[in-house]
Design a protein around this ligand. Structure first.
Ligand SMILES: Cc1cc2nc3c(=O)[nH]c(=O)nc-3n(C[C@H](O)[C@H](O)[C@H](O)COP(=O)(O)OP(=O)(O)OC[C@H]3O[C@@H](n4cnc5c(N)ncnc54)[C@H](O)[C@@H]3O)c2cc1C
Length: 494
């Protein structure tokens, strides 16, 4: 999305743009695909688009009129054994009330956390050019010491300072999967900001699926006079006199340009496409230390089951099979010590056809099940032999899909007997379709110890820029769009 938006904005300002995309469709991680009348999305929910500069930019491009959007009533439901709590969308007070009701003896802690979320949201929106006011700037400046302390502290430590109620800490940490790391590694700032985004803003869902968003941006690039070449992978960024002067594709074609923008992942851009020899040594060491996020598995299901009868109409259902600490679950999963057949896990579910009836044939439903993280080496590297995804890989995917369906059946009885279509994506699938190394879901992780964050689209190589989530702190589609906007503004000198 970052590449699509930066291309659109550059071509709109009269620049000649060529976008090279390795996949056959636009969108990267913001895509959908069709199977037997069912439309399956990769992302679940979109937030943060209806305000600030990004809203103005996307409105100018006609994006809000060109797409039919659904505004979600409830962002999420957090489900644990014998416990569940609903997070309404665009309603921080409602979310706070839900926590106060669920944890009556911890009302003060809940109030403190939600007051911090509210203050942070307000301080950050005062940075937006459109919302800037003297009062807002003063409020932001006074918040700086707090922001610094929250970015160096883990979310777990932040909560632990107010409460020793581990259940409350666990439930207040339920969003960790969206940020890519569990509470003991994740900066408090990030998860508090994420709550502000997910619970304090409108949540949007495109009626036709997320591909509509990417398709419209791709169409804009073309309509405004730009060019997109699909199935064209870049293998090298050409450097002359320490400047990026163009790119070379895997088929050996070379294209020269005044500016090169990369939306490949950070490590790939610098270490594979540019090459260490062209990087300042200190910068190369920072890239070495950059830790990519983990990958996960995604199961899409088309079912004949009548799902409206169940309480499943949420942006995401965070379904925990046990109360096990998510920090332990995460560590075991990345160390490849989890067996999905035997162990309790955490799943993210969405019945997207309950959010938009255009995603499944009449009377049927689409469901997606996400599990994060998973080791690339899970069960003999998913039974891929010598890089070949053969019959054993396919059989293993089927088996893994059945295991996940068995788990979700506790929440949706009868699911296994009503399935018409099932498609399971592994880290290798994500790597193949997005080019992300190891199928990483979020480029780099945002940990308290990650030294190389991604605050800038500028790079030490002249005329080379990053875009998308690689250019703007955070993971998610709105961050990718912000990155796209930032890159084009930088190139245009605005
Ligand atoms: C399973 C999953 C669920 C998610 N759910 C949500 C959600 O609910 N809400 C949300 O906001 N975000 C969600 N995200 C995150 C969000 O989708 C991404 O953060 C965002 O789409 C990233 O956009 P991007 O433009 O930065 O990069 P990408 O989407 O990674 O795009 C990179 C593009 O560059 C292309 N490319 C890479 N290398 C090359 C090369 N060498 N040559 C040519 N082309 C190349 C790729 O094919 C791709 O099109 C989810 C992500 C995943 C994986």
């Amino acid at each position: 999305m970052g590449g699509l938006l930066s291309s659109t904005l550059l071509v709109k300002e009269g620049k000649k743009v060529l976008l090279l995309e390795q996949h056959r469709i636009p969108g990267g991680y913001c895509t959908s695909y069709k199977r037997d009348g069912f439309i399956f999305n990769i992302p679940s929910v979109l937030t943060g688009l209806l305000e600030g500069e990004i809203y103005r930019v996307l409105s100018d491009l006609g994006l809000f009129n060109a797409i039919e959007w659904v505004k979600l009533e409830n962002f999420a439901k957090f489900v644990y054994p014998d416990f569940e709590i609903v997070m309404p969308a665009n309603d921080l007070a409602g979310c706070r009330e839900a926590f106060r009701t669920a944890f009556p003896s911890e009302k003060k802690v809940v109030d403190k956390v939600f007051s911090d979320i509210g203050h942070l949201k307000k301080s950050l929106s005062s940075l937006e050019p459109s919302g800037r006011s003297l009062r807002g700037m003063i409020s932001f400046l006074t918040a700086i010491p707090k922001l610094i302390s929250l970015s160096g502290r883990s979310y777990y430590d932040y909560l632990k300072a107010f409460t020793s109620n581990e259940r409350l800490i666990t439930v207040l940490s339920s969003l960790w999967g969206y940020a890519g790391l569990p509470s003991k590694r994740l900066p408090a700032l990030l998860l508090l900001m994420m709550y502000g985004e997910c619970c304090g803003k409108e949540i949007l869902f495109p009626k036709e699926g997320y591909q509509a968003l990417s398709d419209i941006l791709a169409k804009k690039v073309i309509d405004l006079g730009g060019e997109i070449r699909y199935k064209t992978a870049v293998s090298k960024i050409l450097i002359e006199d320490n400047k990026a002067v163009g790119v070379e594709t895997t088929t050996g074609d070379q294209f020269y340009a005044e500016a090169v923008i990369s939306n490949a992942d950070t490590k790939k851009t610098f270490l594979e496409l540019v090459g260490r020899q062209h990087l300042p040594p200190k910068f190369a060491l920072r890239v070495d230390a950059h830790t990519p996020s983990a990958s996960g598995i995604f199961l899409h299901i088309g079912t004949t089951l009548d799902l409206p009868q169940f309480d499943l109409k949420y942006g995401t259902i965070f379904y925990h099979e046990s109360w096990e600490d998510s920090n332990m679950f995460y560590d075991k999963a990345v160390r490849n010590e989890i067996d999905f057949e035997k162990d309790d896990i955490v799943l993210g579910l969405q019945v997207s056809s309950l959010l938009s009836d255009r995603l499944a044939p009449k009377g049927m439903n689409t469901l997606h099940i996400a599990v994060y993280p998973i080791s690339l080496k899970y069960k003999n590297s998913f039974h891929i032999k010598n890089g070949v995804r053969g019959d054993e890989y396919k059989a293993f995917k089927d088996q893994l899909a059945d295991t996940l369906i068995g788990k979700v059946e506790k929440l949706i009885p009868g699911l296994s007997k009503s399935i018409l279509v099932k498609e399971l994506s592994t880290p290798y699938t994500f790597e193949r379709y997005t080019g992300a190394t190891g199928g990483a879901w979020y480029d780099g992780v945002f940990s308290t110890s990650q030294k190389f964050q991604r605050p800038s689209c500028k790079t030490p190589v002249e005329n080379l820029y990053l875009t998308g989530t690689k250019a703007y702190g955070g993971a998610g589609m709105s961050c990718a769009l912000m990155g796209g906007m930032k890159t084009s503004k930088t190139i245009l000198g605005k």
